[in-house]
Design a protein around this ligand. Structure first.
Ligand code: AGP
Length: 608
């Protein structure tokens, strides 16, 4: 959730680290700091608030040195104060450490260290790492870090510099992502490619229980047991311009508008229209077992979970597979008992979500096959699954997930059509589904062309404190996702409900100040949705309907209508979510919210 960026090279470290921190700001952002080694001394500065605050503080400071570590923090232990911000140092001010993750035995370690005379300056778990590394240092920083790794329990991605080791940065990982960047004039380490993509696209992924020493010229890697590792660099697809706004006021809006392209990218090279069969090379390693599987469990968190909920209905429609969907945070603690040849599908934008990772590790232990639907290439979930499908949607910077959600839905449809064609779908049905998928990018562009109309609707209702989202079947998860999006970026309270459940409780809330967003495209349960809309109207609740183009009946009951093009009913969610995203965006914008960095949220939730 926090962000790490480090640089050792021939250029001044300060601007590179600040730039890297800005790119990471979306991961977590209540405080930040950096430490730079000038060959003799280490200068460390920390500040509460956004990176801009740290930048202001450092503005007129001439900080020499081309080796440094920097961190943006999302508080777990201790409030967001300057004392709790990273880097943390040891007693003598020799060691400086930045850390993502949680040291679970920090309390007992802290007590022991205090008894040994160490005075703690912060309330963080991280500070124990600094003291331990300081005490373990015997001339070799990597050995001090290695020894410390054996003393701590918990998760970490750490980067360390030592006053007496001026030419190097040591990084280590257990459970929190860390990537090494290789460039012409030095080396980087970061928790996320975004921090270094301006300087290099050559990366090496550090894996759990590994550490690396970075110098200007070289880097070396080894295991926690000191076994050397040789791993060559991979080239990542992300481009520097992916991290730019390109004229949009916010990344969220830019990413909403990228969806015609990202949906296309999820399908690129994967469609054999004539055969009505998608090609998914990434699942071939498990294909023989997968094609005969009749049981699947989708695990995910947040927006990715809602994608999984849509996926369940799609699999039910197109395949003979029984699909359950579980929140990873619950699934990981269940007593699991899988039917033979069950596959667990992890869906994750970041590929690093702690609960989803833990859920698949538990599923593996109990004998399930593992698939991943992941955007970040080389991420932990992509490595820990047996096979999978990448989204290829490029970086998503806005904390609220938008383009990855529609990309996840696209990939789930491809997987369901592929399996369905081997189980029950005819050639005609396969071709029809693929043709409908191919039409989606233009149809999403059509929805986007109504942005002004949607903005006007947002203007009408953004002052309402409570919203209800209703949907049925494929669009019930879209009601939940729509409500989540509104909460996340505008801080308006919203509930997503299956429309059939409204009468069983939430109807009590309906009043003229509570808008209901009713997702009611022309599909098999359209009439039912229409009745639910009538029920809201009878209680004088305003209704914003998301309906199929040309639907005149709905205009007679709803106060406002947003049209989506006609498609197959199981593809409606991909179109219906776009107006929900725009509504949330514009409400947040009218309320002057910090849209790309909503309060308390982090892009990648790497703690439980
Ligand atoms: C989405 O808008 C959220 N920020 C959040 O719910 C997110 O989808 C969730 O944390 C899962 O993340 P993942 O896809 O990276 O696993």
């Amino acid at each position: 959730m926090c962000g790490i960026v480090c640089y050792v090279g021939s250029k001044p470290a300060k601007p590179i680290l600040l730039e890297g921190l800005k790119q990471l700001e979306y991961r977590g952002y209540d405080s930040s700091g950096l430490a730079i080694h000038d060959g003799t001394h280490i200068e460390c500065h920390r500040e509460v608030g956004k990176i801009a605050e740290l930048e202001r503080k450092l503005n007129n400071m001439d900080i020499k040195g081309s080796i440094g570590i920097a961190h943006t923090r999302w508080a777990t232990h201790g409030e967001p104060t300057e004392e709790n911000a990273h880097p943390h140092r040891d007693q003598d001010g020799n060691v400086f450490v930045i850390h993502n993750g949680i040291i679970e035995n920090y309390h007992s370690l802290k007590k022991r260290l205090e008894k040994e005379g160490i005075t703690f300056r912060s309330e963080t778990d991280t500070e124990v790492l600094a003291h331990l590394i300081g005490l373990n240092f015997d001339g070799s920083l990597s050995e001090a870090v290695r020894k410390t790794m054996s003393q701590v329990i918990g998760t970490f991605g750490i980067a360390v510099i030592h006053r007496q080791s001026p030419g190097e940065i040591v990084v280590a990982r257990r459970g929190s992502p860390l990537i090494i960047g290789v460039s012409e004039d030095g080396h980087f380490a970061a928790s996320d490619v975004a921090a270094m993509v301006r300087y290099t696209n050559k990366v090496v992924h550090l894996q759990d229980n590994e550490l690396a020493t970075l110098t200007v010229k070289d880097f070396s890697m080894s295991t926690a047991q000191a076994k050397p590792i040789e791993r060559s660099a991979e080239t990542v697809e992300w481009r520097a311009e992916d991290a730019d706004l390109n004229g949009f006021p916010h990344f969220m809006l830019k990413e909403i508008y990228e969806q015609p392209e990202t949906i296309k990218n999820a399908m690129r090279g994967r469609l054999e229209t004539g055969e009505g069969v998608p090609k998914l090379g990434g699942i071939m390693p498990v294909w023989d077992k997968l094609k005969d599987s009749r049981h699947m469990v989708i695990v995910a968190c947040g927006t990715s979970y809602y994608a999984g909920c849509v996926g369940r209905y799609v699999f039910e429609k197109l395949t003979e597979i029984d699909v359950e969907v579980e929140l990873a945070s619950e699934f990981r603690y269940r007593k699991l008992n899988f039917a033979p040849n069950t596959f667990v599908i992890a869906i994750s934008q970041s590929g690093e979500t702690a609960d989803t990772l833990a859920a698949i590790r538990e599923a593996k232990r109990k004998g399930a096959g593992l698939l991943g639907i992941v955007n970040v290439v080389g991420s932990s979930i992509s490595r820990d699954t047996d096979a999978g499908v990448y989204n290829h949607a490029g970086p998503e910077i806005g904390v609220a997930s938008t383009k990855i959600f529609t990309s996840q839905l696209t990939v789930l449809n491809l997987l369901a059509i592929l399996l369905g064609r081997h189980q029950k779908l005819s050639l005609t049905e396969g071709v029809e589904a693929i043709r409908a998928l191919e039409a989606l990018p233009d149809q999403v562009a059509n929805v986007l062309s109504q942005a002004n109309h949607i903005q006007a609707i947002a203007e009408k209702y953004y002052k309402c404190d409570n919203w209800l989202y209703l949907g049925r079947k494929y669009n019930y998860p879209i009601a939940m996702e729509g409500a989540l999006k509104l909460k996340e970026v505008s801080y308006i309270h919203a509930e997503g409900y299956p429309a059939g459940e409204m009468k069983h409780g939430p109807i009590a809330l309906i009043n003229p100040d509570m808008p209901t967003v009713a997702i009611a495209p022309r599909d098999e349960i359209y009439e039912k949705m229409l009745s639910n809309i009538q029920e809201v109207k009878s209680r004088r609740g305003p209704v914003i309907a998301i309906a199929t183009q040309g639907d005149e009946r709905i205009r007679e009951v709803a106060d406002d209508v947003i049209e989506i093009p006609q498609t197959l009913s199981f593809l409606n969610p991909i179109l219906a979510v776009v107006p929900c995203q725009l509504l949330s965006y514009y409400c947040a914008s009218f309320l002057n919210r910090d849209i790309d960095k909503p309060r308390n949220l982090a892009k990648s939730v790497t703690v439980e």
